[in-house]
Design a protein. Structure first.
Length: 65
């Protein structure tokens, strides 16, 4: 039987790798920027529109009595 569990140390190492990658990307992207200035490159409409209503599914045991 294959277990899909991951131990805490392995998960921590994965998350550290992801964080370091994000920090490197952010540093490269921001190296030539000016403080307090933001340039909007594009604004796009979402492909899949989300309905403005939702179905609420109550947690078990929280229903009205």
């Amino acid at each position: 039987m294959n277990s899909k569990r991951i131990n805490g140390a392995a998960l921590e190492m994965i998350m550290r790798d992801v964080l370091h990658g994000m920090q490197g990307f952010t540093a490269e992207a921001c190296s030539g920027s000016e403080a307090g200035r933001m340039e909007i490159l594009a604004v796009e409409e979402a492909e899949n529109s989300v309905p403005e209503n939702a179905t609420v599914i109550p947690f078990p045991g929280t229903g009205k009595k």
